[in-house]
Design a protein around this ligand. Structure first.
Ligand code: GAP
Length: 566
């Protein structure tokens, strides 16, 4: 991952946002190559899902024909939308703050982060040895106190054991005396080491960074807030959308009334979403500003399970069609207990990103069966599940809806079957940034190719699918004389009318090839001495390095055929 990260910066795929001011966590900028790559990812998605969709035939695996259309909604919408959708009440993380260094941590990540924290590893090495029962440890209190006064000062200045060694140890000694059966596992031991005022606070969890005592978990909203209008009061509070999906639901009736689409049909949207993630990390994987590519597919309730299966498989196949062919990509059906309260089926398309531990996968896209939850929420008001498992309007003590819906009728009248129903929704929800990152990870390859003397030379090559490659072809004159630059420039100008191509006449030809390999350019076209006599050029394939000759007049067709054949 470090190698890919430095390639991204060096070659202009991805930069840290605001870097000259020290950067800002969770925000990223796409450089000259990255912007083309990400645009190509989004354009491939839009083309394959929306404009290229043929609604006159039954697609392979699909229950029947369906229509697709698109939307582009505003980022800031009526705040009631987020109250009815459930985001206002439910879209938060449980957070713990360190009372010493003031850093915040997601409660469900604390112990995972502690496992690898430098101070924990150092403390464990100095003070404990394995006991006969594997999950328990044999604790050397004298060694622990020595550690606190030496390495601990530097590594864990916030740890109670370091700040007040004797008092902290006394709680453990006292408890071991009164309860000789006390089981000393790693978690319990670390809690004792982090607790200075046990009588007042009980055992606390330590901070992964400084060892300080963490607060109890508290709710932290993930939605960014702002104010619309001049007055910054609660009346004018608005939210930056945390997903593009709600814009589609609230426009469902507009689309029905302004087009002739009939169920089943899907509405697609690509756009920015914002989440105030507490621990943005792993490059662009978890960002605070990112782009989503979402489809809300509306269908008859009785057919919804078939459509769910269709979309799950279709979306998985989309990634493989764009070159993500390794075993690093997988489809994982959620177990029943993982499902949201309104969902009868969800699958994640996941990728084994290199920054994850071996065997771990990160979500690229979720495909969810959402039932009639969303349309009903925007008609009736925020919904909750009752004791019998039915979705009902969440009501306050006065019996009124906690958050009232729009009151608009979002049901659908099927004029063939003469029946009215609230459509069910299948939602394939992908992230453009995560997909771009996964395509970059999948493309990154190190190999060796022979130089002019036949000696193998290490190279880095981005084996991006030609549809996604930022630059489709590079055109080089072998040398800067004998009319070669003029011929190459003409080829460049001709091809530029069709694709993003690149002209380069500087440096040794081998170096020019390798720069394009790093950029992921699938084809390099070279004008050489033979061109002057027979009007042919060489075309070099990025992945195999094979070269063949083509007549100048055939270059366009040759590149076009190869770009579409891949
Ligand atoms: N409307 C459903 C929804 O938003 P989600 O699983 O929260 O579902 C969908 O998000 C996709 O959006 C994810 O699979 C991921 O690709 C992308 N995504 C979500 N949070 C993200 C973040 N903080 N940074 C980058 N991408 C993110």
């Amino acid at each position: 991952m470090d190698k890919l990260g430095s390639l991204c910066k060096r070659r202009g795929f991805i930069f840290q946002s605001s870097e000259i001011y020290g950067g800002i966590g969770g925000f990223w900028d796409y450089g000259p190559l990255g912007v083309e790559l990400k645009r190509n990812v989004k354009e491939a998605w839009w083309r394959d899902m929306v404009t290229g969709h043929d609604d006159t035939i039954v697609q392979p695996g699909s229950p029947r024909e369906y229509e697709m259309c698109g939307l582009d909604c505003s980022i800031i919408m009526h705040p009631q939308i987020w109250k009815c959708s459930g985001h206002y009440d439910l879209f938060h993380d449980m957070m713990q703050t360190c009372r010493q260094c003031k850093k915040m941590f997601r409660a469900d990540h604390v112990w995972e982060q502690l496992k690898d924290a430098p101070w924990v590893l150092s403390f464990a090495e100095a003070s404990s040895e394995p006991a006969s029962v594997p999950e328990l440890i044999k604790f050397n209190s004298v060694a622990a106190m020595n550690w606190a006064k030496t390495k601990g000062r530097k590594l864990a200045p916030g740890l109670a054991l370091v700040r007040n060694t004797e008092v902290t140890m006394s709680w453990l000694a006292e408890d071991l005396q009164t309860n000789p059966e006390l089981q000393l596992g790693v978690t319990t031991l670390l809690k004792y080491m982090a607790t200075e005022q046990k009588a007042r606070t009980g055992l606390v969890s330590p901070c992964p960074l400084c060892g300080g005592d963490l607060t109890e978990p508290r709710e932290f909203s993930l939605m960014f807030e702002s104010h619309a209008g001049a007055v910054k009061d609660d009346e004018n509070k608005v939210f930056l959308r945390p997903e593009t999906a709600q814009g589609i639901f609230v426009n469902f009736k507009n689309v029905l009334d302004s087009t002739r689409v009939k169920i089943p049909f899907g509405i697609a949207q690509i756009g920015k979403s914002f989440r105030n993630e507490i621990t943005p990390r792993n490059f662009t994987f978890r960002s605070r500003e990112f782009e989503q590519m979402e489809i809300e597919f509306f269908c008859k309730p009785a057919e919804s399970r078939q459509w769910y299966t269709y979309w799950r498989d279709r979306r998985f196949a989309w990634y493989t069609s764009l070159g993500m062919k390794s075993e690093k990509l997988r489809l994982r059906d959620h177990a029943a207990e993982e499902l949201s309260h309104y969902s009868c089926g969800t699958a994640d398309i996941e990728y084994a990103f290199p920054f994850l531990e071996a065997g771990d996968y990160g979500e690229l896209e979720g495909v969810a069966h959402r039932g009639d939850f969303d349309l009903r929420s925007h008609m009736e008001g925020k919904l909750v599940k009752d004791a019998a498992g039915n979705l009902v309007v969440d009501r306050g003590p006065d019996g009124k809806p906690k958050y009232a819906g729009s009151g608009k009728d979002l049901s659908y009248f099927d004029d063939e079957a003469k029946e009215r129903f609230v459509p069910h929704v299948i939602e394939p929800s992908a992230g453009a940034d995560r997909a771009t990152l996964a395509f970059l990870c999948e493309a990154y390859t190190e190999d060796a190719i022979p130089d002019e003397k036949g000696v193998p030379q290490a190279r880095v090559v981005m084996k991006l699918h030609p549809r996604l490659a930022p630059v489709k072809a590079a055109i080089f004159p072998l040398v800067k004389r004998d009319g070669m630059p003029e011929i190459a420039a003409k080829i460049y100008r001709d091809l530029k009318q069709h694709w993003n191509v690149f002209y380069d006449e500087k440096g040794a030809i081998g170096r020019r090839y390798r720069r394009q390999d790093e950029a992921g350019t699938p084809f390099c076209i070279t004008v050489d001495g033979q061109t002057l006599t027979d009007q042919t050029v060489t075309i070099r394939d990025r992945d195999t390095c094979r070269q063949w000759r083509v007549k100048s007049g055939d270059i366009h067709n040759e590149i076009a055929n190869r770009l579409t054949a891949s």
